[in-house]
Structures are given as C-alpha cells and as structure tokens.
Design a protein. Structure first.
Length: 222
C-alpha cells in the first residue's frame, strides 16, 4: 500500500511502476553501503528513456526548483539527477566518495559542474556546511548523522527532494541493513521541524522489482 501526503501540487504519478529502480541482483559483489548508494546510478549521460534516467519523483518536482538556482546532487554516484539539472540551466555540485564516474564533467569542460569527492560517513564536518542550494537531491542513500546538514543546505525557497529505501525492503533484497532503511514515516518526521513538507509517500513498488521506499518533497520557506 502506498501512503502519501500531498500539499499544493499535482498528481504524483505511479511511483510504484518506477522503471528506473534496478533489481538487487544487479549489485552482487558490492558492499551493502555501495549497493545502497549505487542503485540506479549512471556512469555517463543517457537518454530520457534509458535505464539510467532520473527518478520519476525527481522529475515530478524539478520544475518547482527556482530557475537557475544551484543544485546539490548528494551521494550522486554517476550523477544522473545532477546531469538532468545541469542540462536544464542549473549549476550543479556533485558530491560522492567516488567521483570516477563523473570524469566527463571535469572542470574546464565549459559546464557549470562542481565535483567534490568526500566520504560523508567519517564523522568529519559536513563539507558544504556553509553553502545553500536551490535544491538538494538525495536518492537511494541514507546516513542519519547528516540529516540536519542536509536540511540546512536548502536555501530559502529551495527544495529537498529525497527518495530511498525503508523497512520491509529486506524481504525483497538489498539494502537489508537497518542503518540504510528508513522507519515508517521517518523522512517526514525528520524534516518536518525545519522544512515545509510538500509531499510524502511511502510503500511498496512492484515493477520492475519489488521494493519498499519513501519519497519526500519539502521546501524551506522563503
């Protein structure tokens, strides 16, 4: 069952039929954290209908990001979401502990791409704690100690767009580690004190592979 909370926005579409979720067996041989981070990431630009296209949830809210505002693609993998915003006129900061998949976006190629290599799970201060973004995008990644940093990175009038796995996913595949699985309602409860919740959904998707996920769109008041 898909549970949703929608305020002031159009239909959310059928997230359960998300064609861009990659089946867990595609990630055999990687650590659980790596599998969590790289579900659905890309190693280069792809067409809008390819298997590495942006998440439908991110596309649904992309037009609500202030025009030309900087975007942070956090734990970006190959940067499929940041690449989308880059192609639509936004300067984008790509952040991941391994940025080798972003070689084609290296500095000096004329794009408005900033690439930062940082491991967010070492206990060091958040590398962008002084920066604010018109959108912060987080997909298929969860590290609870930085949730406050993520919220603070959203500029006034900006959006947080978040999608990742939740408890119950262990019945279907990885991630199974509870450190990487949200509890029911957790995304909404985590950010409700600092951001205006625009939409929240949680539940099972069945195609192309069963999974349990949560989706959040939230805004910092201007």
């Amino acid at each position: 069952m898909l549970v949703s909370l929608i305020q002031g926005h159009g239909s959310t579409g059928d997230i359960r039929a998300d064609p861009f979720y990659l089946a867990p067996e595609a990630h055999q041989g990687k650590s659980e954290r790596d599998r969590t981070m790289t579900q659905g990431t890309t190693h280069g630009p792809h067409g809008p209908h390819g298997p590495q296209a942006p998440s439908p949830w991110i596309l649904q809210w992309a037009d609500d990001v202030p025009a030309g505002a900087p975007v942070l693609d956090l734990a970006c993998g190959g940067g499929r979401h940041g690449r989308y915003f880059l192609a639509h006129g936004h300067p984008v900061t790509f952040l991941d502990r391994d940025v080798s998949a972003l070689a084609d976006l290296s500095a000096g190629d004329g794009t408005a791409a900033e690439i930062l290599e940082a491991d967010l799970e070492t206990g060091c201060p958040f590398p962008l704690r002084e920066r604010r973004f018109g959108a912060v995008v987080v997909v298929n990644y969860l590290w609870r100690p930085i949730m406050g940093d993520i919220a603070r990175a959203v500029a006034p009038g900006g959006l947080l767009l978040y999608e990742t796995f939740m408890a119950g996913n262990e019945a279907f595949g990885r991630p199974r580690n509870p450190d990487h699985l949200l509890q029911p309602g957790e995304l909404r409860e985590t950010f409700a004190g600092s951001l205006e919740i625009l939409a929240f959904e949680e539940g099972r998707i069945d195609k192309p592979a069963p999974a349990m996920k949560q989706w959040l769109a939230a805004r910092r008041p201007a």
